[in-house]
Ligand binder design. Structure first.
Ligand SMILES: [Zn+2]
Ligand SMILES: [Zn+2]
Length: 236
């Protein structure tokens, strides 16, 4: 059994069993690829807390591989290596999780799964789930993968001169309706813009969103009308 997905955040890796209805909700079988070899195992998940912390999986890997023998591990998502864990050396359980080799179509699908999970929660928990998604670093990396790591502001040239492989770190995810005002972390409420446009919008107390559509968003600012072009049709 391949690993069901792994939802990773900066500090947490989550094996969800929701995509594997045939499995009991309390356990998940896991395959972790370590270089040319694979390690199989079973995590026992407590039904009330179906999360596996990153350090826990690192400890699990290290317990099965000779000391110091592993620096990187890959986590499969739907049969492909999708997340790379860079492990600290020795006994440390430090690690860094990076999403790799995911096409825009796969990113849309993964994003959809995250959002569906939040939307499917009972009303009382839904708000809490969205709040958690909003803090999830996966959200921004998936959105950037979907939309391309580029500023969606029409005619923005602020990334010109920066090599494209650095664009992801120069772009940010902005909530059109702030979380504090009840805005949700859904694609409809999110745009990917460059750090400069993000600052322009946030430092302008009079900035206001005047139009929101699936393909076009307008924000009035002191610096003029900011027009954002996007395409969320794949997700709706
Ligand atoms: Zn923002
Ligand atoms: Zn921009």
């Amino acid at each position: 059994m391949k690993c069901a997905l792994v939802h990773h955040t900066g500090t947490m890796i989550r094996f969800t069993t929701s995509q594997l209805p045939q499995l009991p909700r309390s356990d998940t079988d896991v395959t972790v690829a370590l270089g040319r070899r694979t390690v199989n195992g079973r995590f026992h998940l407590h039904p009330a807390n179906p999360y596996i912390a990153g350090p826990e999986i690192v400890r699990w890997i290290k317990a099965r591989i000779p000391f110091g023998g592993v620096e990187q591990a890959w986590i499969d998502y739907e049969g492909r290596q999708a997340f790379r864990l860079t492990l600290g050396t020795g006994h440390t359980t430090r690690y860094r999780a990076t999403m790799v080799a995911m096409s825009p179509a796969e990113a849309w699908k993964a994003l959809r799964a995250i959002l569906d999970e939040a939307e499917g929660a009972p009303p009382k928990q839904r708000r809490q789930r969205y709040a958690r998604i909003a803090r999830d670093p996966r959200l921004s990396s998936l959105l950037k993968r979907c939309f391309g790591a580029t500023c969606q502001v029409e005619a923005c040239t602020l990334l010109t001169g920066i090599p494209s492989r650095f664009h992801a770190r120069c772009t940010e995810v902005h909530h059109l309706e702030a979380i504090a005002r009840g805005g949700r972390s859904t694609p409809y409420n999110l745009v990917v813009i460059c750090a400069n446009h993000h600052r322009l919008v946030h430092r302008d107390p009079s900035a206001r969103v005047t139009a929101v559509g699936p393909n076009r968003v307008e924000i009035e600012t002191q610096a003029g009308l900011v027009v954002i072009r996007r395409n969320i049709s794949k997700l709706t």
